[in-house]
Design a protein around this ligand. Structure first.
Ligand code: ZN
Length: 193
């Protein structure tokens, strides 16, 4: 058995992701800042290898590239302190199927990179299952509640942004609980057609 980091896309040993796979990922385009968010950043387009990067984390639990993702997202973000990092919680169905909440893993790593605390501030109040639904319906029934009072700038993490409905809904709740700014962060943005 060989131990070592692997590229989540081509599975070669070494840097994760490898230089070739990074080179073939596309920059996000057409990214819109959802209502309620102060800013929105995405690392790559949710297409080709960008999609494979997310799928490796989400469905296969491949975490080797998490450090690279967090480092590069941190470089894209400009957030003044104090701030707290949180995430859009996965549906209970998704968490049961995958055995973990990948957005939480990303958020904790990004918080470490930013040297700010990571806290679970949101919980889902819907029973939503998003896989298999069309993009226009996805997120339409996503609802959140805060677990605690929020009194500062919040960095809000998810894996992918499609319609932005989850971010709009979560940002509304966080601001209602006292957040002054909500900075949206995703690994990948679904390209606009
Ligand atoms: Zn690779």
């Amino acid at each position: 058995m060989i131990f070592g980091r692997r590229c989540p896309i081509c599975l070669s040993y070494g840097p994760s992701p490898c230089v070739d796979c990074i080179g073939s990922m596309q920059a996000p385009r057409g990214l819109v800042v959802p209502d309620g968010c102060t800013d929105m950043v995405a690392l790559v387009s949710y297409s080709g290898n960008g999609r494979e990067l997310v799928r490796a984390l989400k469905y296969r639990g491949h975490r080797d590239a998490t450090a690279w993702i967090a480092l590069n997202l941190q470089r894209l973000l400009e957030v003044s302190r104090p701030a707290v990092c949180t995430w859009i919680p996965a549906s209970s169905t998704s968490r049961r199927r995958n055995g973990f909440d990948h957005a939480a893993i990303l958020a904790r790593r990004l918080a470490k990179e930013m040297r700010i605390p990571a806290r679970k501030l949101l919980k889902r109040t819907d029973k939503g299952e998003q896989v298999g639904r069309s993009a226009s319906l996805r997120g339409a029934n996503v609802a959140f509640a805060t677990r605690s009072k929020v009194d500062r700038r919040v960095v809000l993490v998810d894996d992918v942004i499609t319609t932005g409905a989850s971010f709009r809904s979560a940002a509304r709740v966080l601001r209602g609980a006292g957040a002054t700014d909500v900075y949206g962060v995703v690994v990948a943005a679904t390209p606009k057609r």
